[in-house]
Design a protein around this ligand. Structure first.
Ligand SMILES: [Zn+2]
Length: 123
């Protein structure tokens, strides 16, 4: 079976879209702040026993004891396969802002804008 995506491409995708902005603004997963931490509703167990790590760009559920990278999150939240998830993230990250780490905040705001029309639609 031919691989459609290179390891490097996947690595970049897992790191260019900030996981917290993806959860909150793009996937519209319920979130809350507790004790100063960003918590999201785990799409697997539906609990808020979660956290995100912006240095590794992973979301973790302490109850499921598993980490979710952005590709995993899109797959679970949207119920799509790996290839679809990767293509979805590629579209999201195909903005110049996404490739500049200092612009993380700006990207988050941009995702906020993208996220808006999505809410209310789907599912
Ligand atoms: Zn969980």
């Amino acid at each position: 079976m031919k691989r459609r995506f290179s390891a490097r491409e996947l690595f970049e995708l897992r790191n260019t879209v900030p996981v917290d902005a993806l959860i909150e603004n793009v996937l519209n997963i319920p979130v809350k702040q507790s004790d100063g931490f960003f918590r999201f509703l785990c799409p697997v167990c539906n609990e808020f026993q979660t956290a995100t790590n912006l240095s590794t760009n992973l979301a973790r559920c302490f109850r499921c004891e598993r980490n979710f990278n952005p590709i995993d999150l899109v797959m679970i939240a949207k119920g799509v396969g790996f290839v679809e998830s990767v293509n979805y993230l590629k579209r999201l990250s195909s903005t110049p802002l996404a490739h500049c780490d200092e612009k993380r905040h700006a990207l988050k705001e941009m995702l906020n804008c993208i996220g808006k029309p999505v809410s209310g639609g789907a599912s």
